[in-house]
Design a protein around this ligand. Structure first.
Ligand code: MN
Ligand code: MN
Length: 466
């Protein structure tokens, strides 16, 4: 018996414990977690695309005393500001009590998600069915986007320059849209193809109508009828599609998953689960010592290029602007800064265990994932956080009772991927990846655990208040 106790003690002292976070949470913790996730689901239903996430954020920030930043503002501790980058990305800051030269606590997440974008000339009719041509955005498994209800979100800029916002397919009474697939009876040839080729990019055409003008038997009457409906509803003509950004996204609502309601199914957890938790932590954090800067960026899924993606200078400019307003300069502030690059990670899936290495992958319900490095093959495309910075974040998480785990995206030779971490680290910022594990990442309906989502929020709070 004594020997048994000694071994137990030794295990406790020397070995790492990885277990379901529920064992280490109080009833109050779990209640707070579930209540936080109700807010998250509401956000997910309102912010399916980056523009809507920015609108939601601006609204929340304004309600919490944030004002739009203008260069030259006299900034002092406690000031809350934001900058809206073209309606598709947003920066926000809470000025801390410490001198700005001591660096900022930077949280970065992305608000774009994989989807089907309409082509510039999308509308056509074929055999009296009207369709939209699409060009998919981000990494998708194309077959997953057929035969599911789709909603259309975005904006159309008309010839006179006015903007028409579009959201159709979300209200219970709205129609939805759909990409078709072949019936199994006639899919003998298709079913022989490899999965990646079963549905091609050019087959991702969205059915949008089928009824022609009654008094017109000319070809193109269905298309004309659709255009007439769009003109009556939105005042747009076919040429207006050229200057539009219309995104077809799954029309599903965020819902609890499981008899125990422990998980959430939704479109776009990648990366709105990190964006929402970072946004809320920025708003909820109390009297930060270091200035908190949070950026919710666009274009991560296509490689972060463009002026709303993190390869652009917009983040650097923002930090330089506030640094100068406080009598310092951007490079000094950036060089002293720390960043949680917040993005989702792949969760171990018992149905597909072969792609993960069990000692180093992330699991749902084991807490927020801290990922030292990402990348593919020989860590290509990663920033690889230093042991020192990893150690610092590890201490912070443990001190603030945040339940966390490590996670590597799949087996070494299995594939891989990168995040915005490298672009921020390239600005001479200590950066590490942190995020929520996801099942079915990049699918139209992704799954996260409520506990991991809540732990991400707690991690950002701990970081912002540190
Ligand atoms: Mn992501
Ligand atoms: Mn992604």
């Amino acid at each position: 018996m004594e020997k048994k106790d000694a071994i137990k003690e030794l295990k406790e002292k020397l070995l790492m414990k990885r277990r379901n976070a529920v064992y280490d949470m109080s009833e109050e913790d779990l209640a707070a977690c579930d209540s936080f996730c109700e807010d998250y689901k509401d956000f997910m239903n309102k912010a399916k695309i980056e523009r809507e996430a920015v609108i939601y954020s601006v609204d929340l920030l304004k309600k919490n005393g944030y004002t739009e930043y203008r260069k030259g503002m006299k900034l002092k501790a406690g000031d809350k500001i934001y900058r809206n980058n073209r309606g598709k990305a947003i920066l926000m800051a809470v000025i801390g009590t410490a001198p700005i030269e001591e660096g900022v606590r930077l949280c970065a997440a992305h608000i774009d998600s994989p989807r089907l974008d309409l082509k510039q000339n999308p509308l056509y009719e074929d055999n009296e069915i009207a369709l939209f041509k699409t060009h998919y955005y981000g990494g998708i498994k194309k077959y997953q986007w057929t035969t599911i209800p789709l909603a259309l979100h975005g904006v159309v800029i008309k010839a006179d320059g006015t903007t028409v916002p579009v959201t159709i397919g979300e209200d219970e009474n709205d129609p939805v849209f759909c990409v078709t697939d072949l019936l199994p009876h006639l899919a003998t040839a298709q079913m022989q193809k490899p999965l990646a080729k079963g549905i091609t990019g050019e087959q991702l055409n969205i059915v949008i109508g089928s009824r022609p003008f009654k008094d017109d038997e000319e070809s193109g009457a269905v298309k004309l009828n659709i255009m007439n409906i769009l003109f009556e509803k939105y005042g747009i003509t076919e040429a207006d599609f050229i200057s539009s950004e219309l995104e077809a996204v799954p029309a599903f609502k965020a819902k609890d998953i499981g008899f125990d309601r422990s998980m959430i199914g939704a479109y776009g957890h990648d990366d709105k689960v990190c964006a929402y938790t970072a946004l809320r932590a920025t708003v909820d954090c109390k009297d930060p010592v270091h200035t908190v800067v949070t950026v919710l960026t666009d274009k991560e899924e296509t490689g972060s290029d463009g002026n709303t993606g993190l390869c652009s200078a917009y983040l650097e400019y923002f930090i330089a602007d506030i640094a100068e307003d406080m009598g310092s300069d951007g490079r000094t502030v950036l060089s002293a800064s720390e960043c949680l690059s917040a993005d989702v990670n792949a969760a171990f899936d018992p149905t597909f265990p072969e792609v993960n290495e069990r000692n180093n992958c992330a699991y749902i319900n084991k807490g927020v994932v801290v990922t030292k490095y990402t990348g593919a093959r020989g860590k290509s495309g990663t920033s690889d956080a230093s042991a020192e910075f990893t150690g610092r974040i590890r201490r912070l998480m443990d001190d603030k009772k945040v339940i966390w785990q490590t996670g590597e995206l799949g087996k070494v030779d299995e594939g891989g991927g990168g995040t915005v971490a490298a672009y921020i680290a390239n600005l001479n910022v200590d950066t590490i990846d942190l995020g929520v594990p996801v099942l079915s990442m990049h699918a139209p309906y992704e799954i996260v655990s409520k506990i991991d989502t809540y732990m991400a929020y707690k991690a950002f709070i701990a970081f912002c208040e540190d």
